[in-house]
Design a protein around this ligand. Sequence first.
Ligand SMILES: [Mn+2]
Length: 334
Amino acid sequence: MSRPLRCIDVCNGDADGLCAVVQWRQVDPAPAELVTGLKRDIELLRRVRAQAGDEILVCDLSMQRNLPELLRLLDQGATVRYFDHHAVEQVPRHPRLQAWLDDSSRMCSSLLVDRFLGGRRRAWALVGAYGDNLVEVADVLAREQGFDAQQCAVLRRVGQAVNYNAYGDDERDVLIPPASLYPLLLRHEDPLRLFEHEPMLGAIEALREADLEQALRLGPWREHAHGRIWRLPDAAWSRRVSGSLANLLAGQRPEQAHVVLRETASGTLVASVRAPMRRPRGAHDLCRRFGGAGRAAAGGIDALRAGELGRFVEAFEAGDWMRGPARAGQAGPG
Ligand SMILES: [Mn+2]
């Protein structure tokens, strides 16, 4: 006799990850075990113990970062379905691995699952896409689906709230662990009514607004004609808010570059860097010089030593974006 099938769902705890699994489990309900964490918890396959015959669904986790553990699970006899939009160098070939991967900048894991399911939980896919900040892509898809502007705004708020709840150093920083938020989402086929039915959503949104207000009240630590730097103390609210604050500041002044620095208990600083939205390049280069990484438009440094702060500020203020706003038609180095 074969033992009952065991299903294990593994996903990033942000909106894109949770909404990918929500879509899947609403269409294919099964008593599945969920393994998730905060946004910063990427290497989650490490936490999975599998046996032959287990079915594992992985959503929104870099395959590059989970590769050895993926190979281990396949070796142990599990079947793995993998949906993700992070860059990966080489995808292993294995008879029990099926992967849907696309690292285009207009794609996210929730949209990959949506494509696989033929749009059967489109509204949830949109929540994931809005949560991953793919606003234009989500707006177009939502209009095609017949959602009006007001409904789009609600789906976006849901995505923003679910996403915000994944930011922090550990679960003590967030209002509810993403693993506990997931069942509150899963039980609603229609995310448009979520704020009415799940008070937790409104509570997360209120916390986000209060955190942002607290950060904005501090004002810039350094201000310059072409950029601003915020410096936040080490606290639960600042650990939650630094990424959202960087995006908000960048949107307020799209011609300026921005850095949000956050102090940590160990004395180093975490930096979130945003190139000017009107001229989105240079963030990756700046971060890389100080041990960080990212994309042209946005980057980060996990541990900037206090002794390097002066040099970092100088480099930021000497950056390409500091030479003034781009003129229309002016081609710069890529
Ligand atoms: Mn994602």
